[in-house]
Design a protein around this ligand. Structure first.
Ligand code: NAD
Length: 460
């Protein structure tokens, strides 16, 4: 546990095994924190709140800049750690799992310096003040990015943090903690409690000393956290699941749309909340799209370009969905539920494409969180829109059109928080978050920073 500026043993002696998904071997152990550890951490954070909140934004910005530098200096160590505990292929671990959080840390260093923490409205001066102590709970799928997307804006806003990272990927959280310590983050401003969700996570959500809970993970747990936080009138931010649509309109570049779409899903072995797991194609070009998808999927070889899933349970879950798709009458055109050839060890799943998928099937409605794509046929634009909006989720999406105007017009009618137009690039400064059951609140950029602020108006 890292509490009050120093590493110290947990109150209990339970430990969590960290298993490498590629070898299925235990590679490390971390302490399983208890409610007592969480209480110590929250107290340390509360004690640090006045000092950190009063630190001028320029001071907070300089510290985050230093953190970014140290992250960049330890880039290779970060990549190796994530490749080990998540099983991410090294190239993806370096480019995305390491590169993205370094960029995001840098973006909040800049924002802390530039953000208007004070504004004038008529005869009022409005101060944007830190919301207080933040309890951050993160998942394993983008282990460092998800942490940085909470810790960086919280610190930029002047909020101390208690972090409870995912059980499967605690090592990179420990590495970031070392970096924060080395950068000189004051005692109590950042605290780490590793542990189990229903124990340490729940204790953090319930703790009266926590003012805001920021959670990323499953919708089931998010719902529970929202209810607990709501009952205590505590602020809550939830980044939950998705079942995003990749809508290919008539006249769009079909080959590019299918290829980029599959890359979007198969990256990180499909363990991406914003993945475009439903490809929607018009009837006329549907068969051509299926052929293109089959050809493209052959390039995604498990053990090379595609890593394993994070653990045995996730593999079991994903294979269960693939079997369910077959039972419901969808047609497997690539992949399948069997283990990939030659990979007896490691939690691998074959990249799988389903055709003849109806929008109401389980595999077209529920988040699978594995390398599984469904191809759905639509009749006309209204049908495509109804299908695209026809799930409980609304996190991301893509639209490919014959021109930008047509694609934008369609995207404006989608119930979702982000849409990439004709292959538009991910923007780490754009607000990220869900419509409907994909969540509450926004992360990244100025909108992400605003989540950690509350306003006070003085009238003159
Ligand atoms: P999860 O929601 O159980 O875990 C996410 C985090 O919440 C972890 O740190 C966990 O320890 C913690 N947690 C679990 N129960 C808790 C509780 N009662 N109180 C407080 N904290 C708690 O997710 P998971 O089991 O790791 O994955 C299951 C499914 O969730 C996946 O298959 C996927 O569909 C979804 N998921 C979504 C995202 C996302 O980015 N939206 C990320 C990971 C998983």
């Amino acid at each position: 546990m890292y509490i009050g500026g120093r590493w110290r043993p947990a109150n209990g002696d339970r430990r969590i095994d960290v298993i490498a998904p590629t070898t299925e071997q235990v590679v490390a152990q971390v302490p399983a924190g208890s409610a007592l550890d969480v209480d110590d951490a929250v107290r340390a954070a509360r004690a640090a709140l006045p000092g950190w909140a009063a630190t001028p934004p320029a001071g907070r910005a300089a510290l985050l800049g230093k953190v970014r530098e140290l992250m960049a200096a330890r880039r290779q160590e970060i990549t190796a750690t994530i490749a080990l505990e998540l099983g991410a292929p090294p190239a993806f671990a370096a480019a995305v799992h390491t590169g993205l959080p370094i960029a995001v840390m840098g973006s909040f260093a800049a924002l802390a310096a530039e953000y208007p923490f004070e504004e004038k409205i008529g005869n009022s001066t409005v101060f944007h003040e830190p919301v207080g102590v933040v309890g951050a709970i993160t998942p394993w799928n983008y282990p460092l990015h998800q942490i940085v997307a909470k810790v960086a804006p919280a610190l930029a806003a002047g909020c101390p943090v208690v972090l409870k990272p995912a059980e499967d990927t605690p090592l990179v959280a420990q590495l970031l903690t070392e970096i924060l310590h080395e950068a000189g983050v004051p005692a109590g401003v950042f605290n780490l409690v590793t542990g189990l969700g229903p124990v340490a996570g729940q204790a953090l959500v319930e703790h009266p000393g926590v003012d805001l809970v920021s959670f990323t993970g499953s919708t089931a747990v998010g719902r529970q956290i929202g209810a607990t936080a709501g009952a205590a009138v505590k602020r809550v931010a939830l980044e939950l699941g998705g079942k995003s649509a990749n809508v290919i309109l008539p006249g769009a570049d079909l080959g590019r749309a299918v290829n980029v779409g599959l890359a979007n899903v198969f990256a990180n072995s499909g363990q991406t909340c914003s993945a475009w797991t439903r490809i929607l194609v018009d009837s006329e070009r549907y068969d051509e799209a299926v052929d293109l998808a089959v050809a493209a999927t052959a390039k995604y070889v498990p053990g090379e370009r595609v890593g394993p899933l994070v653990n045995a349970e996730q593999r079991h879950r994903v294979r269960g969905y693939i079997r369910r798709g077959v039972e419901e009458g969808a047609r497997i055109v690539a992949g399948g539920p069997e283990a990939p050839e030659g990979l007896a060890t490691g939690y691998y799943v074959r990249p799988t494409v389903f055709a003849d998928v109806r929008p109401e099937m389980t595999i077209a409605q529920e988040e699978i969180f594995g390398p599984v794509v469904v191809l759905i046929r639509y009749e006309d634009e209204e049908d495509a829109l109804r299908i695209a909006n026809g799930t409980v989720y609304g996190l991301a999406g893509a639209v490919w059109g014959p021109d930008e105007e047509t694609a934008v017009a369609f995207a404006r009618r989608m119930d979702t928080g982000q849409v990439d137009i004709n292959g538009g690039r991910f923007n780490p400064l754009a607000p990220f978050g869900g419509y409907k059951q994909s969540g509450v609140g926004r992360e990244l950029g100025a909108h992400g920073l605003a989540e950690y602020l509350q306003t006070k108006s003085l009238q003159f």
